[in-house]
Write a protein that binds this ligand. Structure first.
Ligand code: AP5
Ligand code: MG
Length: 228
């Protein structure tokens, strides 16, 4: 019996997982759970978790599974995730995928895994122009999705560029994606959950495609604001 909606957004660094999940959470009324964002919050606040994650994060390597899985389990048990969540950046390898299956299975499992596809050269263009709000993590792009003014449109926070968006770290993040995360494409395909989304479309067109995929599968329609 499915009493929650769990979506997993898969895709390379810079493919638009954060952008799309931030928009989808409004449509579905369930939160975005971004492991990258949780790590950035802890790095900024110099917590114990932040100190532990720092050397991995700065090199674009995966933070150890044990730490990451425990962190996600705790996040998914919070009250705002009582109807499910949009997972952005988790799972990133097979160990994490199996752990997520264990967490979600009592609630009907994962509903869908949209895979955002785009070429690597577009990825680097996306990443070099990315800016984030220091307070609310809203994602912008200097050309494709600029803020109205200098600061964040949502909360007025200061915008900044991510530490791990340096070209050499981006290269390693892509390498880690192909080596460790891309096997999940086969894993979710075999589970009948994978759907492809064209990541080279505009932000709005991608969002429309995602919503249409959810509507076609009747995901999130009950008691939520998703409409065709
Ligand atoms: P994380 O923060 O998850 O980074 P990532 O996977 O590399 O993905 P990005 O956030 O870079 O890209 P995105 O797909 O969200 O794209 P966005 O929407 O911003 O992880 C960072 C680090 O944390 C990892 O390297 C690792 O160290 C650690 N970590 C995280 N999760 C972990 C895990 N599970 N296990 C272990 N370690 C973990 O878009 C990019 C840009 O393009 C933006 O500027 C946006 O405005 C623009 N844009 C988006 N869509 C479009 C479009 N359609 N057209 C034009 N521009 C667009
Ligand atoms: Mg992101």
């Amino acid at each position: 019996m499915s009493d929650r909606i769990y979506l997993v957004l898969l895709g390379a660094p810079g493919s638009g997982k954060g952008t799309q999940s931030q928009l989808l959470q409004e449509q579905l009324g369930i939160p975005q759970v971004s492991t990258g964002e949780i790590f950035r919050y802890n790095l900024k606040n110099e917590t114990e978790l932040g100190q532990l994650a720092k050397s991995y994060y700065d090199r674009g390597e995966l933070v150890p599974d044990e730490v990451t899985i425990r962190m996600v389990e705790a996040r998914l048990a919070e009250p705002d995730a009582a109807r499910g969540a949009i997972l952005d950046g988790f799972p990133r390898n097979l160990i994490q995928a199996r752990a997520l299956d264990g967490i979600t299975e009592p609630h009907g499992g994962i509903a869908l895994v949209p895979l955002i596809q785009l070429e690597d050269d577009v990825v680097s263009m996306r990443i070099t122009g990315r800016r984030l709000c220091r307070d609310c993590d809203r994602v912008y792009h200097v050309t494709f999705n600029p803020p109205r003014g200098e600061n964040c449109d949502s909360c007025g926070g200061v915008l900044y560029q991510r530490e791990d968006d340096k070209p050499e770290t981006v290269q390693n993040r892509l390498y880690v994606y192909y080596k460790q995360t891309s096997p999940l494409i086969g894993y979710y395909f075999a589970h009948g959950l994978l759907v492809e989304v064209d990541g080279e479309k505009s932000i709005e067109a991608m969002q429309e495609q995602l919503v249409a995929l959810l509507v076609a599968r009747n995901i999130g329609l009950k008691g939520s604001a998703v409409s065709a």
